[in-house]
Write a protein that binds this ligand. Structure first.
Ligand code: NCD
Length: 303
């Protein structure tokens, strides 16, 4: 039985197989409409979500399966003190696969230890978000054309942004990638990430001003300041609008630079950018459904 807790749980070859399957699904979704008939996905979401939970549910429904679950810790027995390990063990009696989001880092891993069915980490605290990473890889591969040889700017909350941490882990396994980390000092990428990059000899740069590096970027990955991970409101208010991507800033970018964002967006991308052909974030959300369909089939042994 396989779980997906960290983007590194899938080898490069397995990642490619899932992305290739997602491509085939995108080309002919109807052909997969009954592949998971009779199977049940449980979405155990202890933290808010729109895209991730709904795209998991859409993915399972598109495959002919069904879904059950809860959206919010207050709705389940966590309020009575039940551990995620016990919850997962019990849900194993009701469903065939679990997607779990939790504010505590490592919670889905603990659940996986006791679960009798595959557990997918749908985001654990500021740690990892491997299905967003599959979505991001598919977006880059499909719209940029290759997972090798590019300069990617990651901008915003690089300290708490789990999608950033997961994506970097996955990207370091490809060739010719340069990372540019764009953040205020308080939200810099954690040392364990830069230590890992140094150890592997992967080029990276840390800057504060987006404008300074914009012309160099092939991809710009914008992120929201993660309000829920701040210890005080004052710091959040000071930092929340540090970056706002505007049409003026986009003029500095390459004509084919793609703008990605895991969403939700708050203020960090002006709505005027939405009509720019380089804005990839809504297409990215669509790719999320196909990769989750491919992942569910793979982990259920139905691919
Ligand atoms: C992200 C998350 O939950 O980490 N959202 C998502 O799943 N697409 C990003 C965020 O909340 O900022």
């Amino acid at each position: 039985m396989r779980h997906l807790i960290d983007s590194l749980d899938l080898s490069v070859a397995e990642t490619q197989e899932i992305l290739d399957l997602a491509d085939r699904i995108a080309a002919d979704s109807a052909a997969y409409a009954h592949c998971a008939d009779g199977k049940i996905l449980a979405t155990l979401f202890y933290e808010p979500s729109t895209r991730t939970r709904l795209s998991f549910e859409t993915a399972m429904l598109n495959l002919g399966g069904r879904t059950l679950g809860f959206a919010g810790a207050e709705q389940c027995s966590a309020t009575k003190g039940e551990t995620v390990a016990d919850t997962a063990r019990v849900v194993s009696c009701y469903a065939d696969i679990i997607a779990m989001r939790h504010p505590k880092e490592g919670a889905p891993m603990v659940a996986a230890e006791k679960s009798l069915i595959p557990v997918i980490n749908a985001g654990d605290g500021g740690h990892q978000h491997p299905t967003q990473t599959l979505t991001d890889l598919q977006t880059i591969r499909s719209l940029h054309g290759d997972l090798n040889n590019f300069t990617i700017g990651l901008c915003g909350d690089l300290k708490f942004g789990r999608t950033v941490h997961s994506l970097i882990n996955a990207l370091v396994r490809y060739e010719g990638i340069k990372f540019i980390f764009i953040s205020p000092e308080e939200l810099q990428i954690p040392d364990y990430v830069t230590d890992m990059l140094r150890e592997k000899g992967i080029p990276f740069q840390e800057v504060i001003r987006l404008e300074d590096v914009m012309p160099e970027l092939d991809l710009l990955y914008m992120t929201r300041v993660q309000k829920e991970r701040f210890f005080n409101e004052e710091d959040y208010v000071r930092l929340k609008d540090f970056y706002v991507l505007t049409p003026e800033k986009m003029e500095l970018a390459k004509p084919d630079m793609l703008v990605l964002h895991p969403l939700p967006r708050v203020n960090e991308i002006s709505v005027e950018i939405d009509d720019d052909p380089r804005a990839a974030y809504f297409k990215q959300a669509q790719f999320g459904v196909y990769v989750r369909m491919a992942l569910i089939l793979t982990l259920l042994g139905l691919a």
